[in-house]
Design a protein. Structure first.
Length: 135
């Protein structure tokens, strides 16, 4: 949670310093942080109160600070294991994927869910750029 909090504070600080300018940030910080709070709550590692408290900072509630677009990327458990350097537990990855899809439904900004199972890194980049352009 500390890493997410410090990242959120840095983004807020940058936004405050550049009030008259557009800022384009390609970052997973804010929503990634929200996902991990949701994940740990669903896994029983934090209480509902702790999760709500972690997400009550201005950076998460101020609509001006929310991202304009979120692109969530998923892959199959089999492909995740193939891509990973570590030996991930299939049950853990299945829980992660299900939790991410459930979490994705809670996101309140324009969003896309991109399945990268059959995409190369180059094709993934192209698809992301297409989605940004459409948005």
């Amino acid at each position: 949670i500390w890493v997410g909090t410090s990242a959120a504070e840095s983004i807020l600080s940058a936004k405050e310093k550049c009030k008259n300018n557009e800022i384009i940030i390609v970052d997973r910080g804010l929503i990634d942080y929200q996902f991990w709070v949701y994940y740990y709550f669903k896994k029983g590692k934090c209480s509902k109160q702790e999760a709500e408290e972690a997400l009550s900072m201005d950076i998460f509630t101020n609509k001006k600070l929310l991202p304009d677009l979120f692109i969530g990327m998923t892959t199959s458990v089999k492909e995740a294991i193939k891509r990973s350097r570590s030996k991930n537990n299939t049950v853990s990855l299945e829980f992660h994927n299900k939790t991410f899809v459930d979490f994705f439904e809670t996101i309140k900004v324009p969003k896309y869910l991109l399945d990268t199972t059959h995409l190369s890194p180059e094709d993934t980049t192209k698809k992301i750029l297409e989605l940004i352009e459409i948005h």
